[in-house]
Ligand binder design. Structure first.
Ligand code: AP5
Length: 217
């Protein structure tokens, strides 16, 4: 199974991708998570990405494409993968097609449809474990009152790019650079729309039904 999860920031891609990774035993690959780890570790990539991510802009296509070429060549991707947050520009989509070739081509791109008001609500109330990356939400899925992550005991933080001001600029960048990928995958007859403005369990059930339908084809 080779899937792309498309959608605005906060549409719930990471929440469902992490679940699906456990369900199907294929890796969830989040370019955002890879970049945040690089920032925490202070690598060259992290130094280049840090201020760009804080501002809500996109890291250069060149850096991201090189990073993904290396990641998709790793053995755990042989049985498939879920791409969460990549591609994010048409140039990234075209490079992805070229690097996979026809034998390993993307099978489906699933678009998470959520309104802008809901996205702002979700992102400004999101909390994340700084250690293992587990996603919480103070409104719908609150972290333990102790302030320590329920999975690993790490510190719960609010991502720097989840302030309302940065969320608004991320949405602008999304509309300009990433939204055209819907058309890109539609033209390839690979686009599926997921009604993602529902409770997590409902979205999960619809996603599971959609994937079962795709496997049956
Ligand atoms: P990245 O980390 O990829 O951020 P994003 O795409 O903006 O996605 P998010 O993680 O914000 O949202 P999500 O859709 O995964 O939602 P989530 O499941 O967490 O990228 C960060 C930055 O890195 C970018 O701005 C850019 O600078 C850089 N970058 C990354 N990839 C790049 C690329 N390819 N090219 C260039 N630059 C790149 O859910 C959000 C919240 O809602 C959570 O609190 C969750 O609990 C809650 N929630 C989820 N589902 C539901 C539901 N159904 N109902 C209620 N609440 C829900």
């Amino acid at each position: 199974m080779r899937l792309v999860f498309l959608g605005a920031p906060g549409s719930g891609k990471g929440t469902q991708a992490v679940w699906l990774q456990g369900r199907f035993g294929i890796p969830q690959i989040s370019t955002g998570d890879i970049l945040r780890k690089a920032v925490t570790e202070g690598t060259e990539l992290g130094k280049k990405a840090d201020s760009i991510m804080k501002s809500g802009a996109l890291v250069s296509d060149e850096l991201i494409i090189a990073l993904m070429r290396e990641r998709l060549g790793q053995p755990d991707c042989a049985r498939g993968f879920i791409l969460d947050g990549f591609p994010r520009t048409i140039a990234q989509g075209e490079s992805l097609d070229a690097m996979l070739g026809p034998a390993r081509a993307i099978q489906s791109a699933i678009f998470f449809e959520v309104s802008e008001a809901e996205i702002i609500r979700r992102l400004t109330s999101r909390r994340t474990c700084a250690q293992c990356g587990r996603i919480y939400n103070i409104l719908s899925d609150p972290p333990p009152a102790s302030g320590a992550c329920g999975s690993c005991g790490g510190a719960i933080i609010q991502r720097k790019d989840d302030s309302e001001e940065t969320v608004l600029s991320r949405l602008k960048v999304y509309e300009e650079k990433t939204a055209p990928l819907k058309e890109f995958y539609y033209k390839q007859k690979k686009l599926y729309i997921l009604r993602a403005e529902q409770p997590v369990e409902r979205v999960r059930a619809e996603l599971e039904a959609l994937l079962a339908g795709l496997q049956a084809v």
